[in-house]
Ligand binder design. Structure first.
Ligand SMILES: Nc1nc2[nH]cnc2c(=O)[nH]1
Length: 439
C-alpha cells in the first residue's frame, strides 16, 4: 500500500564517481516509510498513480525548479557543543578541549540546559537537509535522553552515544567519569534507557558505544567498552588519529598507533565509525580495512585541528567505508553542503601542496560527485542502514531543494554541480524522514 508519492527530478549516486538524474519520477513510499518503487514517466501506470495520489492528498510534487536529493547522513556531531560552534578554532585541539569544550559539556549536568539547546540543534540539522545523525552526547544520561526525545519529536533519524571519559590525566575533575565502573556502568544503563525510550517509535534512536578518544580513557574503560559493544552488538564511535598530538599521545602511552590501540581493546569493528583519521599511515589504513571500520571525514574541522587532510582518494580506492561529518563544534557549520564543498577544496590543496617546494600528493583531488557519495551512500554504508540513496528498499529520507539557475539548461552533470555548490540552508524547502514531512 502506497502511503506517499513524491514526484519530481532527483539525483542519487550510482557509485562513488557517478550520479544519475531521474526526470519527473514518482518515488512511491509505503506505510513503513520505505521506498516501494520508482515509477518513471514512460511506465504504464504513471498517470494513474499521480491521479490517485492527488485525489487522496498523498502527492508531494517538487516544482520544476526544484530537485529531490537523498537526505544527508552526518557521521560526526557533538550535540552539546552546538552553543560553541565557531568558537576558539584558532587554538590547538588539546587546548580547545580543556578551555572551551569540557567546560561547556559539563553544563549538561543540568537537564534544563539540554532542554534549551537540543531542540534548536535538531531543527538546524533538519533545516540543512540532514536526515540521519550519529551523535556524541555527554557523560550525562538524562541530557542524552533529552536529545533522543527531541530527535524523535522532530523526526530526525539518530544514533546517540553516551560519552565515556575517565582518565584523570586528560580530563578535568569537573567533567569526567568518577571511575571506570561509572563510565562502563552508565554506558550500559544508557543502552537500556535509550532502548526503552525509543520502543515502538519508527525513529527509535540507536545506542552507540562512545569512548571519547584514547587520551580521555583509562585502559579499563577502553576494555570494558569494547566488551559492551560485543555483548550488545552495537555500533562504536570515537576519534582516530585526528591530530599530530593525538597520534603521538598513543605512541607515548602504548608504543602503538591510535588504530592499533582501539583495535587492541575491541573497538575497531565493522560497526565502528571513527572520525577524522587525518594522520593514518598506510599500515593503519590496512588495519582499518581489515576490520571493515568506517571513517567520518570532517573537512572543515580538519582545517583547524587536523594538522593534515584525510586521504579520501586512497581510502575510496581501498574500498574503505567513508562518510561525511560536520564535527560540530570543531566544525563551525551544521551544514553537510558546506562540508562537501570543503572536502573538494581540501582535496585540491592536498593535491597541489601549500608552498612552491611542496609538490602535494598526486591524485588526491576528489570530485563533487565523490563528496556527495560520502554524504549519502557512504554514510548509509558506514551505519549499515538502508539510507542515502533513492531506490526501492531504502528509507524515504529526502530533501527537496530549490535551484537557483534552472533557466540554464546544459547537461545533467553541470546541473548537479551547480546545484550542490549553490544550495543554502533556506533553499532546502522540504525534508522528509521515513516518508514524513519534517520541514
Ligand atoms: N574535534 C574533536 N576532537 C575531539 N577529540 C576528543 N574530543 C573531541 C571533540 O570534542 N572534538
Amino acid at each position: 500500500m502506497i502511503a506517499q508519492v513524491i514526484q519530481g527530478d532527483y539525483y542519487s549516486s550510482v557509485d562513488r564517481d557517478q550520479v544519475e538524474l531521474h526526470t519527473q519520477a514518482l518515488i512511491c513510499v509505503d506505510q513503513q516509510g520505505i521506498i516501494d518503487r520508482i515509477v518513471e514517466p514512460g511506465d504504464r501506470d504513471y498517470a494513474g498513480i499521480v491521479q490517485q495520489a492527488q485525489r487522496e492528498g498523498r502527492l508531494i510534487k517538487a516544482a520544476d525548479d526544484q530537485v529531490i536529493l537523498p537526505g544527508f547522513v552526518d557521521l560526526h556531531v557533538h550535540a552539546p557543543q552546538w552553543p560553541n560552534a565557531g568558537l576558539a578554532l584558532d587554538l590547538p585541539l588539546e587546548d580547545w578541549l580543556q578551555h572551551y569544550t569540557f567546560p561547556l559539556e559539563a553544563k549538561y549536568r543540568d537537564p534544563a540546559f539540554a532542554e534549551q539547546v537540543y531542540p534548536t540543534l535538531v531543527q538546524e540539522l533538519l533545516n540543512n537537509g540532514t536526515t540521519t545523525v550519529l551523535f556524541f552526547g555527554t557523560i550525562h544520561n538524562q541530557a542524552n535522553l533529552i536529545l533522543a526525545r527531541e530527535c524523535m519529536r522532530q523526526g530526525l533519524r539518530s544514533l546517540i552515544g553516551r560519552v565515556a571519559m575517565d582518565n584523570p590525566d586528560q580530563t578535568p575533575a569537573f567533567y569526567r567519569d568518577e571511575s571506570s565502573e561509572t563510565a562502563i556502568g552508565d554506558t550500559e544503563n544508557f543502552i537500556h534507557q535509550l532502548t526503552d525510550l525509543g520502543s515502538g517509535n519508527a525513529l527509535s534512536p540507536i545506542p552507540v558505544i562512545t569512548p571519547r578518544f584514547v587520551p580521555s580513557c583509562t585502559d579499563e574503560t577502553l576494555r570494558g567498552l569494547g566488551q559492551l559493544a560485543q555483548k550488545y552488538d552495537l555500533p562504536i564511535q570515537s576519534h582516530l588519529s585526528e591530530s599530530v598530538w593525538e597520534h603521538h599521545y598513543a605512541i607515548e602511552r602504548f608504543g602503538k598507533h591510535d588504530a592499533e590501540v582501539l583495535d587492541q581493546f575491541g573497538l575497531l569493528t565493522d560497526k565502528s565509525v571513527m572520525a577524522h583519521a587525518t594522520q593514518l599511515t598506510a599500515a593503519d589504513r590496512k588495519l582499518v580495512k581489515k576490520r571493515d571500520t568506517a571513517l567520518a571525514h570532517c573537512p572543515i574541522s580538519n582545517v583547524y585541528f587536523g594538522n593534515g587532510i584525510m586521504a579520501v582518494k586512497e581510502l575510496l580506492h581501498d574500498k574503505i567505508k567513508v562518510g561525511m561529518g560536520t564535527d560540530i563544534s570543531g566544525g563551525y557549520s551544521p551544514s553537510i553542503y558546506d562540508n562537501i564543498r570543503q572536502a573538494v577544496m581540501s582535496s585540491q590543496i592536498r593535491q597541489d601542496g601549500v608552498a612552491p617546494e611542496d609538490q602535494g600528493v598526486a591524485g588526491s583531488r576528489i570530485s563533487m560527485k565523490n563528496a556527495f557519495y560520502l554524504a549519502t551512500v557512504g554514510g548509509g554504508k558506514s551505519l549499515h542502514l538502508p539510507i542515502g540513496a533513492i531506490k526501492p528498499g531504502y528509507q524515504a529520507d529526502l530533501q527537496i531543494v530549490q535551484e537557483r539557475f534552472q533557466q540554464v539548461t546544459d547537461n545533467d552533470d553541470n546541473r548537479f554541480e551547480r546545484l550542490l555548490y549553490q544550495v543554502h540552508r533556506d533553499d532546502v524547502r522540504h525534508v522528509l524522514v521515513n516518508g514524513k514531512l519534517v520541514k
